[in-house]
Write a protein that binds this ligand. Structure first.
Ligand code: PLP
Length: 424
């Protein structure tokens, strides 16, 4: 049996332990929801205050040049590139994940229409994050294409000669299951199919190698594992081989080759810059920059590989402790046990009370979240994200101990834990 002392020993040996001090973790909270909204870095309030009071308040319009505002999307994009196996100048931090997906999916459709007009399908996973499916559905309507949704084990068989694009989220938001990006991309390319990857639950959570995998397009989220703050700009990457082929449809002036020439016609900038649309939120970009810096601080300690190693020990430990200490309470495991198939979260299932159990845990200071099932293949889920930058092994012990008590005392059945909030 694993003990609290074992967990404390793991913390004592953890080479990444000091990174926790980069974060303003609220006292008395074990935060297992960094996959939904990352914790605020300690550096962020001062940086944001400086952007507001000095860069905006004093320097005003000069800050577009003087403070480097205009180049911020590229500067932050270059930092994110280091986390996802992309090159410098290949990523911009801009807009939201949904909007960036609209842009890259539109560009992928334009390429497919030019190169293989007989291909009329976009394939995705039925349990993909809904906004991804909604954006794909809207574009399919606009372009007369068909959106085909399959289960993960059906993807290989769905890659047929009439498919233009395979659009997947690398790590599934609901189960934490991770695709083999290189293998899936190779299988798609072997059939002449372009790939669009959503890295919302991957960037800053697991090693990603977009160039190595020869992926075509990718988007990702700034406010989850990148710790950029609520509504932080997202990011977009396009394989340089595709970047200059087509406009993206939101052809605003920030994507123009010479925005300050103010010409009446649109000339797209070369490379990823054309994936910008309009003026970007500098206060939010500064906060995102601070968030990305917390991940780059791990580079001297082994970077994403070291973070990944710790994440797997954390999630293995959580699974083992739940199975040892919460046995007999009807919990199931929705997350794959195999390391190669697991992101940085663990999802538990329970036929009854999943929402209320999560609420009871939050009341005890253990913050995870709930994702509703679909009444069919997918059960209700208690979701726990493990951000290796700031979660320790003792945190895992205490979170499982709280879960055990919530189940054993039936605390979750109290009425206040069974009232649903707007945001779950
Ligand atoms: C979180 C998440 C998003 C969020 O999209 P927004 O445009 O930021 O609201 C999109 N896709 C996936 C897979 C996500 O996990």
């Amino acid at each position: 049996m694993t003990t609290l002392q074992d967990c404390q020993a793991l913390d004592a040996q953890d080479p990444l332990r000091a990174l926790r001090d980069l974060f303003a973790l609220p006292a008395g909270t074990i935060y297992l929801d960094g996959n939904s909204l990352g914790v605020m870095p300690r550096a962020t309030p001062e940086r944001v205050a400086d952007v507001v009071t000095r860069e905006w308040g004093t320097d005003l319009i000069q800050s577009w040049n003087k403070a480097g505002w205009f180049a911020m999307p590229q500067a932050v994009g270059d930092k994110i590139a280091r986390l996802i196996g992309a090159g410098a100048g290949e990523v911009v931090a801009t807009d939201s994940t949904s909007i960036n997906l609209f842009k890259v999916l539109s560009a992928a459709i334009a390429i497919a229409k030019a190169d293989a007009p007989q291909r009329t399908r976009i394939v995705s996973e039925r349990s993909n994050f809904p906004t991804d499916l909604y954006i794909a559905e809207a574009l399919c309507k606009q372009h007369g294409l068909e959106l085909v949704l399959v289960e993960p084990e059906e993807i290989a068989a769905a890659l047929t000669a009439n498919v233009a694009i395979l659009m997947l989220t690398h790590v599934n938001y609901r189960t934490g299951a991770m695709h083999d990006m290189a293998a899936v991309t190779a299988a798609a390319h072997a059939q002449g199919i372009l790939t669009v990857w959503d890295l919302a639950h991957s960037a800053g959570a697991v090693p990603v190698d977009l160039r190595g995998a020869k992926a075509d397009f990718a988007v990702g989220c700034g406010y989850k594992y990148l710790n950029g703050g609520p509504g932080a700009p997202a990011f977009v990457w396009v394989n340089p081989q595709h970047a200059d082929r087509f406009w993206q449809p939101l052809a605003g002036w920030w994507g123009h080759a010479a925005p300050f020439a103010f010409t009446p016609d649109y000339q797209p900038a070369p490379g990823i810059t054309r994936y910008q649309c309009g003026t970007q939120p500098m206060i939010s970009l500064a906060a995102l920059d601070c968030g990305v810096d917390t991940l780059l601080a791990a580079e001297a300690l082994g970077g994403m590989a070291a973070l990944r190693a710790k994440s797997l020990v954390l999630t293995d430990l959580f699974i083992r402790l739940v199975e040892e200490r919460c046995a007999g309470h009807g919990l199931g495991l929705a997350t794959p046990r195999e390391h190669a198939q697991r992101g940085s979260q663990v999802c538990l299932t329970r036929a009854e009370g999943a929402y209320a159990i999560v609420q009871a845990l939050i009341a005890r200071g253990v913050v995870g979240d709930f994702r509703a099932g679909d009444g069919g293949r997918h059960q209700d889920i208690l979701r726990f994200g493990f951000t290796p930058l700031y979660i320790g092994f003792e945190d895992v012990w205490h979170s499982v101990e709280h879960l055990r008590q919530v189940l054993e005392t039936a605390e979750w059945q109290r009425p206040e834990f069974n009232r649903k909030h707007a945001v779950t």
